[in-house]
Design a protein around this ligand. Sequence first.
Ligand code: 13P
Length: 249
Amino acid sequence: MKKLIVGNWKMNPQSWDEARDLAGSVKRTMSRVKKTQVVLCPPFVYISPLSGKVGGGLFLGAQDANPLALGSYTGEVSYSQLYQFGVSFVIVGHSERRKMGETDELINKKIKSVISGGMKAIVCVGESTRDHNGEYFGFVKNQIILALKDISKKSIDQIILAYEPIWAIGASASMSPRDLHEMSIFIRKVLRDLYGVFADDVRILYGGSADRVNADSLVKDGNVSGLLIGRESLKSKDFVEIIKLVDAI
Ligand code: 13P
């Protein structure tokens, strides 16, 4: 299975010129990238003008989508509208959206819509703090079970699971590859208990202060299929370097 690097631009960059240049530099790199898929998740307004720039291992993703196809929902954008502009991945349940009130039930609904629309859902889970008793394992397990409720074995290859511990997002350091390894084994077990051998089709990503210094060891020693990157995905040089490093693993 190919590795995956996802750039979550969040509400950045400020101008279209910067967005275009950023996507352009990633696109130019892709001809030398063989084993890794790259997904750019820009703000909605940049999706349409960027749709011509994808292909060759580079994909467009959205940071969220309304699970309904259309209707009177001011300010919302539906998954089927995004699909028409070449969006093939949608981030669902990012902690920054959960903080705005998104529930496990809504996240489950969104994932089902993304799947039925023929796209892939990047499902985010992760605890806000760590305790000595390891209760965060139970918390993450519960988030996974609720997110994937009633999602069948035949759709599971449309799921990508992004483990993003909230305490490591936007922080000064990522989690250690050793701790990530432990969590990735745990998540794999949770998925196997739910889906048997089909669980092996799910790529597990890590997100939270990943950068060009830690990318290689997070993926290699952390035992994950790739990274979900915030800040460093906005620095074209660093992001391109991360892509190359991960592709070389
Ligand atoms: P940072 O890489 O800026 O820590 O953000 C991680 C993230 O939230 C990606 O979705």
